[in-house]
Design a protein around this ligand. Sequence first.
Ligand code: GLC
Length: 640
Amino acid sequence: MATIFKFKNMKPCCRILLPSKNVGVPLPKSSNFSSNPNYFSASRFPGSFGLRAILGRTNSALASTWGQSRVFSSSCCFNFSKRARAHFVVARAAPDLRNFSESVKNRVNDKNCDRIYVKGGINVKPPPEDEGVEEGRENVRKNECSREVGKEETEVEKEAWRLLRNAIVTYCGSPVGTVAANDPNEKTPLNYDQVFIRDFVPSAFAFLLKGEGDIVKNFLLHTLQLQSWEKTVDCYSPGQGLMPASFKVRSVVLDDDKLEEVLDPDFGESAIGRVAPVDSGLWWIILLRAYGKLTGDYTLQDRVDVQTGIKLIINLCLSDGFDMFPSLLVTDGSCMIDRRMGIHGHPLEIQSLFYSALRCSREMLAVEEGSKNLVRAINNRLSALSFHIREYYWVDLKKINEIYRYKTEEYSTEATNKFNIYPDQIPHWLMHWIPETGGYLIGNLQPAHMDFRFFTLGNLWSIVSSLGTPRQNEAVLNLIEAKWDDLIAQMPLKACYPAIESEEWRIITGSDPKNTPWSYHNGGSWPTLLWQFTLACMKMRRTDLAKKALDIVEKRLPLDGWPEYYDTKNGKFIGKQARLYQTWSIAGYLTSKMLMEKPDAAALLLWEEDYDILENCVCAVSNSNRKNCSRMLAKSQILV
Ligand code: GLC
């Protein structure tokens, strides 16, 4: 059985090659895959179509895999004498995407497809927008022109662009992403020679702001195909809809000595610690929206396969579990901090990305009968999540004082200390650290557990996405300003503050030598976070802060070789194991620069307060629930 999917606007012969043990077709002879009984060239079986890869587990027999990577193959073949390492691959012939949408339509009555079917997703008109947005985009285009004419790039900018372009990865001759790091002197690239989904986001923003949308479009479409990969870790398959953490373009040799390029994703099955890349799908959705906003090309998000991709990701996030909270429950290392750092549970970074991905999806999903329930679920979740984070994650001086005086072991729905937080949990550093003005969202909340560490990305993205209230958003920036020497100092910005040390470090990180105190994720400083900081500052009209941070980066980063991260309390040293020429450090700088120069473009990437989300509460429908609804009681607080 073989499937080749051809994609609209892509090179003609891109193929998906799938591993499967349930195939009964003869082996190709004399190929690099001859040791693998599952390799079938798509071209040999042109008539046999399969929708499994995109439609999910419609055929469980076929879905079983051996845990090997499936590989996308392109038709760009070269004669190649040196044999590349073989992969387990099985191909099934595939329809052209236009036919694919037809096939989906034909299967509308198939129950298994109900969840993901999108009617009329292709070539539908862009959603109506208010004039302000259209005007904003027009200004962006004008800005682009005026910038081209008016402003010369500085030497640092030129150098950064050169490096960013050098980091571009092509697949079948088209740019599809950027490698994580591109240090010519590095002998052991590990997986830094891959395209990471999260790392590509600042690169994508830089290209979009420069008016170069193709690479972003290619990236979105190719990663979308990887989403449907049948992935397994020790015979267990994580949910359909998961996006990979990264992918690599590999070369494989065919039986006729021709070389094919293939996309080889990593869903965590090769990652250190086998961490699940929960943030990848959320970033993918956020980037998809940004692509539409900045290019004006809404046909991409309206495509049936793209609509399906959004639904798969959101369905996976919204699927029922045992959880009691509206926040997303994940394992340790499921986001930018992709090693054990004690952030399992409900880490803020995931919540803020989840919240903005929900908002993006609500905006982008085609309004029609098939998506009605999903949109309703999204609205309910948005509303519950926003309340939960605003109410329970927020700390400032006043709140810490309240926690300090908490009664514990309260039983009832009216408890003040709902999560049974013991006041002794308030760390000593926090008592002294919390400034008079300002506050922040804590890192994590679980029963009897508040993680009081300050996680920068989660807080910044809460501002950008309006997960925090306007007053909270302002207060977070006040705190960063007041604690500049701790959070920024010699290099913006700390991934997390403070570092965990001694016995706590041993227990929480499992004695991780990379995450020693004030290094890497554990209190290290990450220049890439500058772009999120810039966006947050612009939203809250605090460009003075962004400018100050940008100046530091601009002076130091090129001299130091654009490192991945910095060590020590004040970010004085280049990180112990930091990669040089780290792409998202370079792209973060360029994106910040361009955002500052193009406030109209920046405005398109932000979310303002949505009062419907605040009003919407499922408890409102029933009087008995209403009585116990803590949101009703706390409404005055969440609206500020
Ligand atoms: C490190 C970072 C992760 C990043 C990857 C590639 O693992 O923790 O966030 O995506 O490097 O740069």
